[in-house]
Every structure is written in C-alpha cells, then in structure tokens.
Design a protein around this ligand. Structure first.
Ligand SMILES: Cc1cc2nc3c(=O)[nH]c(=O)nc-3n(C[C@H](O)[C@H](O)[C@H](O)COP(=O)(O)OP(=O)(O)OC[C@H]3O[C@@H](n4cnc5c(N)ncnc54)[C@H](O)[C@@H]3O)c2cc1C
Length: 511
C-alpha cells in the first residue's frame, strides 16, 4: 500500500494498520474516516504546528520529543535561585508573522501575547525616542517615527529613506547586505544605528554576512508592506507554560498523543522498488527509539533542527544530499542576560539600544508561582538580549554581567541604587541558522525524496528566516502535504499580510 495509508472503508487497509497498531478512528464533518496516526518527530514549534494543523483536520498524531518538555529552541527552564520559569531567551513575534498568530489562535494562546505599538529607542548618548506608527497609510505610517529619531541628522534620515525605497525593489541575490549598503552610499551612522540595529535583532547575524534578499524580507514584511507588520508581539507568560498547558491540551483533546522524553534513535527505511520501475520505492516504515522500542509508522514528519537531522537517518538514503547540504548551514548564537533587583530600574516594559553590547531589554512578567520562594525579593526581573553574540565567546558570566550593568546604568540611573539579587547568562550557541548569501539553496522542501516523509523546521524552505513564524510555516506546509496524501487536501498556510495600496503603487506586489 504505497505511502501506507488506510483510507475510508478499505478493509484491506484497515487490517494492515491494525497489524502495526497505529490504526485510529476519527470523525470528520459528515463522514467517518479511518486514518493512521501521523508520527511527528520533534516537539519544537515546527512539530507542534504540524501537529496542531493535522488534529485541526481530524487527523490523529503522535508527537515524539526527546527532551522532557515541548518548545525546542523556544522554551523555558526553572531558575533554581528565584524559582521562576525563565525562557532560554525572550522570544517576540511581529504582526507580519501571520502563521505564528494563526497557530496561537488555533491552540488558544493568542491572548497571552501582548502587542507593543510603542517602542523605546535609546540613542548612543542615552537619549530616548518613542517609536510609534501614525495613522498614515503604509509605508508612511512609520515616517514620522523615523524623523523623530534624535540621534540621526536630517540628511542621514533622507539617505535612510532613499535606501529603504530602493531596497523594496532590490533583486540581486549574490551580494551581502553590507556590500549593498556600500553601493547605496549609506552613512556610517545610519548603518550602525539603524540597519545594524534592526537586522542583528531580526536575523542574529552581522551585516557583512547577511544576504541582501534575507535583509530585504525583514524590511518589506516588517515596515513597508502593511501597517500592522511592525507591531511587536510579546508573550506575557513563560513559553513553557504555553506549550505544556493550552497547546498540549489542544492536541490531546483532538486525537493527539504527546510524548516527551522520547528520543528517536533511528528512522527505519525500506526500498520496495520494482527492478523495472523508474519510481523511487523508498518508504519510511518505523522508528527505533533511544530506549530500543520500535514504533511502526506510516506518514511521518521529521521536525528536527538542521544539525540533528543526520543523526537519525542511515548514511545511505535518499536524504543523503539534503543532510550534506543541511550541514553546510552555519549557526549563529544568541545570549540573554537575566537580572533580578530588589527594586525597579525602569518603568518601561522594554527598550531598544542602538549602540553598545545590549540590544533589547525586556521586563520580566511577575510570576505567581515564584512568590513562595525564599528569594522572592528578586521580584524585579529584566532580560537583556544580545543577538549574534559571538563577541561574548570565552568571557566569564561575571564579566558579561558587569558590562551589561555598566551600560544599563547609563540609560537607567535608578540601577545605581538597586541591589542585584541574582543574575545569569544563557547562551544558545546554535540559536538560528545564519541567513548568508547562498543559504537559501541549502534549504530543502518539506516533501522529502521519500514519499511518506515530510521535513519541517525553521531551516526548511519557507522563505522566512529562523523564527517562530518560519518554524510554524514549515509545520503547516508539511501538514498540507500529509493532508494531500491522505486525500483530505486543505489549505493550512495563512497568507502574508496584504500589500497596502500605496506600496503596491510604488513597488508592485512586493513578492
Ligand atoms: C536564544 C534564541 C532566541 C530567539 N529569539 C527569537 C525571537 O525573538 N523571535 C522568533 O521568532 N524566533 C526566535 N528564535 C528562533 C526560534 O526559537 C526558532 O526559529 C524556532 O523555535 C525553531 O523551531 P523548530 O521547531 O524549527 O526547531 P527546534 O525548536 O530546534 O525543535 C526541534 C525539536 O526536536 C527535538 N529533537 C531533537 N532531536 C530529537 C530526537 N532524536 N528525537 C525526538 N526529538 C528530537 C528537540 O529537542 C527540539 O525540541 C530564537 C531562538 C533562540 C535559540
């Protein structure tokens, strides 16, 4: 039975899947269907999104995650000193992340993200500018905000405006963004205090390594296409609580089996090619788990990070080329510095710094669960995010914390009187893949060369950088492929925000 699907009313198919123990009865509107559980390996956002999309279409799933918790690179852990759950790093989405927002709506966690429609930019001398949109249509909605940035001169702002407009229609694919900026004769201060600030935060790479098209996407989707694109969405709870709570409940209430602490050791394959057939006869048949258990499978989605894919497939398989290319994707680190004080150091909910080591500061939401902890005086928590943090390599935690505090004192004098109760630095060395020139060609489609195997993960071909949106897109695309193969075709992927009228007139559809 190619692809291993049990379909409506097929006695033969049903017997087959009962034999391997994955047959499942599900009800879709208007008809009873008999379908197998789709196996999903990896419980990061890509795996969770694929799972959510499938159960939404009444397809039962089994989600296998090796760690004791869901979330992958977007997860939390408990800090022993404060008793608080802290995210491995503050994660934010944006208004342009239409699929991530859909995932949140689908799983009932949308209300836990708060839109920030006002940002606070601190210039090199510590001067603060509020950054907010006006009622003007895109792309003029942010023009006033740019003109108010006190640390750029009028001529620098005009140069910035010119380059933004040219970037909208830039088509070169083989140059770095730094080279493109040089061709555009962008002033040094505009590069340092604007382009660098936005792109290092968004892509966690330096401008001399980011490809032009990857940079263009950030500005088109975030600033130019639609007035909602730039709005920053900030989770108000530790991520772990969202995934372990409402998301897991949603999956389990809809024919989902979620198994954490269940690492996959190996994907089992077989080749059933007929000697006279041109067709690729490779099929995924099951999984060997790290505890040696065997799990037979039919349709499978593997949603691992790019650097783990090769660990679970045999050397010789139709995936060999994909694995070789994935290994060529480079990784970039992101660090977060978690700080707790005995008093508030600022009233601002967040802040952006255009120079220095610190890039963003976020206030930590108060956690009820930590109230009984002996260190409950550590109630004023902050997190500083440092993307593309290679510069910190080899530095001690104390040294990093000292540098961060020295910078923060320049912006928030109240810090001078505050007593630090606790601090820690968390660095994810392989936080994201680097959006280098040529990296797009290394990203595989979700449909793998093996018919019943889909790939997902932020690094697969989505057109997006390594983000929660990219991960969710990959999961949705993989789910669409599975649904098509199950003869239940459905659109899962959500469209981008529409291109507003004025940008369409100026630059076309902005594809
Ligand atoms: C520090 C940091 C800050 C970030 N900030 C942002 C941000 O602000 N905004 C944003 O949009 N994005 C941000 N990102 C990026 C975002 O977190 C990722 O793009 C996204 O979470 C990737 O999801 P994924 O499912 O593709 O991969 P992963 O999250 O890596 O998930 C893969 C999962 O597979 C599991 N796994 C691995 N091997 C096995 C195995 N053998 N068997 C079973 N399971 C296995 C892993 O444990 C993991 O849970 C940040 C990332 C980091 C690290």
């Amino acid at each position: 039975m190619p692809g291993g699907f049990a379909r409506d009313g097929s006695a033969h198919a049903t017997i087959h899947w009962e034999q391997i123990g994955v047959q499942h009865q599900a009800t879709s509107p208007g008809r009873a269907i008999t379908v197998e559980r789709v196996t999903i390996v990896g419980g990061g956002l890509a795996g969770m999104a694929a799972a959510a999309a499938l159960v939404h279409h009444q397809v039962p799933i089994r989600l296998l995650e090796s760690r004791p918790r869901l979330g992958g690179r977007a997860s939390s852990f408990r800090d022993q000193v404060t008793g608080e759950a802290i995210d491995n790093c503050q994660h934010v989405a944006m208004g342009c992340c239409t699929n991530f927002i859909r995932f949140c709506e689908m799983t009932g966690i949308r209300q836990h993200f708060e839109p920030a429609r006002e940002l606070y930019f601190f210039g090199p001398q510590g001067e603060m500018t509020k950054f907010a949109a006006s009622r003007l249509p895109a792309p003029l909605h942010l023009a006033g905000a740019f003109f108010r940035l006190s640390y750029l001169s009028l001529s620098e702002k005009l140069a910035l405006g010119r380059a933004l407009s040219r970037l909208a229609v830039a088509t070169e694919t083989s140059i770095t963004f730094a080279d493109w900026l040089k061709h555009q004769r962008q002033p040094r201060r505009v590069i340092d205090h604007f382009w660098n600030v936005v792109l290092v935060s968004a892509l966690s790479e330096s401008l001399d390594r980011i490809g032009l098209q990857q940079a263009r996407k950030v500005f088109v989707d975030g600033f130019l296409r639609n007035p909602q694109g730039w709005v920053v969405e900030i989770p108000q709870q530790p991520l772990e609580e969202l995934w372990a709570g409402p998301v897991r409940q949603y999956l389990e209430a809809n024919h989902g089996l979620v198994e954490v602490g269940q690492g996959v050791a190996k994907v089992e394959l077989c080749n059933v090619s007929h000697p006279h057939s041109q067709a690729n006869g490779w099929r995924v048949t099951g999984l060997t788990m790290r505890d040696s258990r065997m799990i037979p499978t039919g349709e499978m989605i593997v949603a691992l990070p790019w650097y783990r894919l090769g660990e679970i497939f045999p050397e010789e398989s139709p995936l060999a080329e994909i694995i070789t290319q994935a290994r060529q994707l480079e990784a970039a680190p992101i660090s977060s510095v978690h700080l707790w004080y005995d008093r508030p150091i600022t009233d601002l909910p967040h802040a952006t710094f255009v120079s220095g080591l610190c890039q963003w500061l976020f206030i930590k939401p108060r956690q009820a669960g930590a109230a009984e902890h002996p260190q409950q005086t550590a109630r004023y928590g902050y997190q500083v995010v440092i993307s593309a943090s290679r510069v910190l390599a080899g530095q001690s935690q104390e040294k990093i914390i000292e540098q961060v505090e020295n910078e923060l004192k320049g912006y928030f004098p109240a810090l001078g009187d505050a007593h630090r109760v606790h601090a820690r630095v968390v660095t994810e060395h392989k936080a994201v893949f680097s959006p280098l020139v040529g990296s797009e060609a290394l990203r595989p489609a979700q449909q793998s060369p093996i018919a019943n195997l889909q790939l997902a993960g932020d690094w697969t071909k989505t057109g997006w950088p390594a983000t929660m949106e990219g991960a969710v897109r990959s999961g949705f695309l993989a789910a669409e492929n599975v649904l098509r193969r199950l003869d239940q075709p459905a659109k899962v992927l959500v469209e981008d925000l529409p291109t507003s009228r004025l940008p369409r007139l100026l630059w076309g559809k902005l594809g």
